[in-house]
Design a protein around this ligand. Structure first.
Ligand code: ATP
Ligand code: MG
Length: 460
């Protein structure tokens, strides 16, 4: 929908070069990792098959409304094979608000790796085709180099796009945007008696499922402003995100989030808060009862999805809400013992639930209350038929590898020195997160103590 914004040409990067590339996305887009694509995606050539444009949107940032945001450091290159291609970090646009329009290599690599990591874990996310590095100097806390993440999604529409048209009182444009969104991305709701209501319900449900997945995998987004909420329910905008190491429910990954608004245990509530912001944009067409009814779908869908994920991780057959206290109690014990979230759950892939002495017991050694929990867990399971099968299913539900902050950081440090091999290797490993291939064993340990000093902020 180019009418949402303005035509903008990417500003060329100095000495652009490939840093990362996804073969899968290349194939889906019908693009080769060659010089022609590099020139087109880095702004080096103006002869693009797609006219580039930046879109306007607004949004609620940290609870307050910002009336005019927009693609301040990126442009859309239109659609290929049903997918939108977006250059993040391609220079200033009319929405840059004094910013330089750039992204640094560090943040471009993090977005690339995270999109791949979440996708291969089975979490809805925007995808990434490539990272392009350069010699262009970019100032953040210190001098870094500019880079572009080539982001790909069926749609880059955010809740903030809809908010923009509501609050600028452009109701006919807002309706056109909603109808267009339904036609292009939610065709299944078109036949419903009230398509707008059915659409809202669908967005509510998709968002609930994605947020539930974040909670189940220990993923903290960090900047859940409504302009970073995808209308497709995809994880969108990788800034100061982090996968948790030690389980800490109140974990805040964004160093600039002083109030903890986007702390790990706030994400479920914030998802609904953002959906309220979206739902308000439908008030010209839907009454309060209908809106409440749509928003009421959020919690049951989120709980159902979370139970499905955690049930699979722990091996609970047919999990119901009655299992939530059992799951919560395990998490409490984990927090108490300062245990690594992912690696502790990965123990279930080798667990013998009939034993009283397992690697899980050794992890929880000295943590009060674990034996009681184990007893309750064993009672709940009531035995296992076919241990090897049971373990294989746990192995498919508990990743052997997640994108820990320090792993990304090590790959970034090498890429900053011109060595992209660690990044390519990490990328390959993240594409098979459930496979315990020995080749990648060095990437699997709990986080080293030095990684606790790594801080993440919006400076990207
Ligand atoms: N370096 C920059 N130059 C210009 N605008 C910027 C810059 N960094 C962020 N912005 C703008 O500030 C707003 C909020 O930034 P935020 O970090 O949420 O988004 P982003 O990471 O730039 O992009 P996206 O949401 O597309 O992933 C956006 O409108 C964004 O375009
Ligand atoms: Mg953003």
């Amino acid at each position: 929908m180019p009418w949402l914004g303005s035509a903008v040409m990417p500003l060329p990067l100095d000495a652009p070069r490939w840093v990362g590339w996804s073969d899968e996305m290349g194939q889906r887009l019908g693009l080769e990792q060659d010089d022609a694509a590099l020139a087109q995606l880095s702004g080096a050539t103006a002869s693009l098959p797609w006219p580039p444009f930046a879109q306007v949107y607004s949004g609620h940032q940290f609870g307050g409304y910002t009336p005019r945001l927009g693609d301040g450091r990126g442009v859309h290159l239109g659609e290929r094979n049903g997918l939108e291609v977006f250059l993040k970090g391609s220079g200033p646009t009319p929405y840059s608000r004094g910013g330089d329009g750039r992204a640094v290599l560090r943040s471009a690599v993090r977005e690339f790796l995270a999109s791949e990591a979440l996708h291969h874990l089975g979490i809805a996310t925007t995808r990434a085709l490539a990272v392009i590095g350069s010699d262009t100097p970019v100032w953040r806390e210190e001098q870094e180099t500019g880079a572009i993440t080539v982001r790909v999604s069926e749609s880059h529409l955010r809740f903030g796009h809809f908010e923009y048209f509501l609050y600028t009182r452009q109701q006919s444009q807002l309706e056109a945007l909603i109808e267009d969104t339904i036609d292009h991305h939610f065709a299944g709701v078109r036949s419903e008696s009230d398509a707008k209501l059915a659409w809202l319900v669908e967005v509510v449900e998709r968002t609930a499922r994605t947020v539930a997945d974040w909670q189940a995998f220990g993923f903290c987004h960090g900047v859940l402003n409504s302009d970073n909420m995808s209308i497709l329910g995809e994880t969108f905008d990788y800034g100061p995100f982090a996968f948790m190491n030690r389980f800490d429910p109140g974990y805040i990954c964004n160093h600039s989030d002083h109030e903890g608004r986007y702390a790990f245990d706030q994400q479920a509530g914030i998802g609904l808060w953002n959906l309220n912001r979206l739902a308000i944009t439908l008030t010209p067409w839907l009454d309060e009862t209908a809106i409440r009814q749509a928003l009421a779908c959020y919690e049951p869908v989120l709980v159902e999805r979370y139970l499905a994920r955690m049930g699979a991780r722990l091996g609970l057959p047919d999990p119901t809400a009655e299992d939530l206290p059992l799951i919560a109690e395990l998490l409490n014990r984990m927090a108490e013992g300062g245990l690594d979230y992912s690696n502790t759950l990965r123990e279930f892939a080798q667990l013998d639930p009939t034993s009283q002495d397992t690697p899980l017991h050794r992890r929880f050694a000295g943590v009060a209350g674990f034996s009681d929990w184990w007893q309750r867990y064993q009672q709940r399971l009531g035995g296992v038929d076919g241990l090897a099968d049971w373990q294989a299913r746990r192995s498919e539900a508990n990743p052997a590898l997640i994108l820990r902050t320090h792993l990304a950081q090590e790959a970034i440090a090498a890429a900053e020195q011109g060595d992209n091999d660690p990044l390519h290797r990490l990328h390959r490993a993240l594409c098979r997160p459930y496979d315990p291939e020995p080749e990648f064993d060095d990437l699997r340990g709990d986080a080293p103590s030095w990684s606790q000093q790594l801080t993440l902020s919006c400076s990207s």
